[in-house]
Each structure stands twice: as structure tokens, then as C-alpha cells.
Design a protein around this ligand. Sequence first.
Ligand code: 3EB
Length: 330
Amino acid sequence: MSLQHTLAVQTGVPPKARGNELGGVALGDTKDLAAAAWPRQHLRTRLLDTAGPLLQECWLAEGPLAQGHSEGIHWRRGDGMLYGVIELHETDTPTTRDDSPLRATSRLAYERLFRLLREQGTPHLWRVWNYMGRINDASHGLERYRQFNLGRYDAFVQAQRDTGGQVPAACALGLQEGPLSIAFLAGTTPLVPLENPRQVSAWRYPSQYGPQAPTFSRAALAHPRGQEALFISGTASIVGHETVHPGDVAAQCRETVRNLECLVQEANRVARSRPFSLAGLSHRAYVRHADDAVTVRHTLEPLLGGAPLVCVQADVCRSDLLVEIECHAI
Ligand code: 3EB
């Protein structure tokens, strides 16, 4: 069983189904997209500076696949790993008086996710992609990203999972509207979490960033059978726990690359398979202001050694962050 990744910029006809899709994501103008048999997250956003309006990224796996729908999660699994997508509308989640709808919805989504992982015998959550509407807006006296952090944490505690240390690589971004959308990759083998010595671990953030610190590690090595994958979480212009270079998107890009370089270095201290390098990773940049896309690409490209880079519009979870970059290698 091996995990592969394809990235296809779609200009017209969608790529033919291969049958070995574990799951993936469609980014861009997804409204006319034909249904897929595999779990597919839809990110209704703008692709910046690419040829087409739509991009599909897919994880492929060899060998027989099983699939199902459990409590609103569409999932597919192969030997030793599982990919799933859950989309929940906040208006569908019952809440109590001191619960915000987003907190309750985030808790519910992660409770279901953890139940599925238990049932399927793939308990180790490797990588999670979180998206929600209007992430920087406030309601119920709290920014929505901070509400999400509360609900996610509630579910980790309820499932008796580690909330610092053995936590998945992740990203959390805002889109204009839409449901809470969570995609995840999990497996039978534990992840090797990585932290960045230049940054405070996110699960140790002080309370000035919200009543509950976020539950993710800076990066993770995961081991599908016979393979080693590196997932670098959404990474931004943060040193220690503070945002640096507010208002300067090019400087934020350069600082973020310094963080990515550090994480690659950390990965290489423990990697079993080969040394990783920034040029050998596949990158996605989330850009807050579409007008910054040209600056972002011109700043990043020379630093990434020709590695693939996709830029999409999304809101980063701190309002002073203009860009966030995530990457992976398999
Ligand atoms: C940061 O470093 C930027 O809440 O899952 C990056 C990756 C960020 C993941 C998450 C948030 C998350 O704090 C934000």
C-alpha cells in the first residue's frame, strides 16, 4: 500500500476517476463539479494567479479500498490509513445558552471523527484541514477562530486524547461563507509530531490568543506502510508566539520560509527515509488579500527552489497575518 498525491489544475474536463482515490480536495469554483465517488472537500475560494478556476488535489492509495458514510463523514480507507471529510452547518447544531454555535459544531465534528477512527481501527490522526466561514468575526464575545479552538479542544478531552505533544499537524482557515469543513488523514501508526524551536508550541500559546490554545503540532511525520510522509502545518510569520512584520506581506513570506526551513531541519533529525528539503515539498499559500498574490509568488518562488506552489485566497486565523503556508512530501 502506498500513498501518492496528485495535483491537477483543471481547465475543462475533470480528470477521469482512477478508482484508487483515497480522498482529496477541490479548490476554487466548485459549483459545477460533477459528483465524486471519493470523499472530497470543497473549498469555495479563489485560486490566485493560476491558469484555471478549479484545482483538484487527490491522495491515491494502492490496493483494495473500503468506504462509507458515518454520521455525516464520507470516508475511504485502504490498508492502514483513512481519509474523511465532514461538513457541518452551524445552524443545524443544537446549542445551549453558554455555547456558541461554532464551538458546539466544532466539538460535534471532532467527536464524530474520533468515533469513526476508533471504529475503523485507525486511531492516529495525522493531518487535519479545517475551514470555517468568517474566521476573524466575533460573536458571543469571542472571535470565531477562538470558538473553534474551544470546541476542538472539548472533543479531544472528551475522547481522552492528548492535547499537547501527540497532536495532529493541521491548518485552520477562514472562507467567506459556508459550513465548518474538516478533512483528515489518519492511520494505524502513531505520528511523530515536530515542533519549531523558533516558535512556542501552539498548544502552549498564552491566553492573550484566546481562552483555549489551539490543538495542533507544527509538523508531523507519518508512516503509511513502507513509507514516510512529512506534513507541515499551516505556518505563518510568528516568532515565539508573536506575529512579526504586521502589514508587510513580503516580510511575512520570508519569515514564514525561515520557519519552514526550521521545521524541515527538525524533520531531518528524526526522518527514517531520506533528508527532506523545501525544494522537494509541495506548497500551498493562503493569501488574505487577493491583490497580494503577485508579491507572495515573487517572494516565495526563489526561496522554494522551484517546488510546486498553489496560491488561494483565504483568511488566516490571526487578523494581522497576511499569509500562511503549508506543505507536504511523500
Ligand atoms: C499559528 O501558527 C497560525 O488552529 O489548527 C496554523 C496551523 C494556525 C493550524 C489550527 C492554526 C492552526 O498559530 C495559525
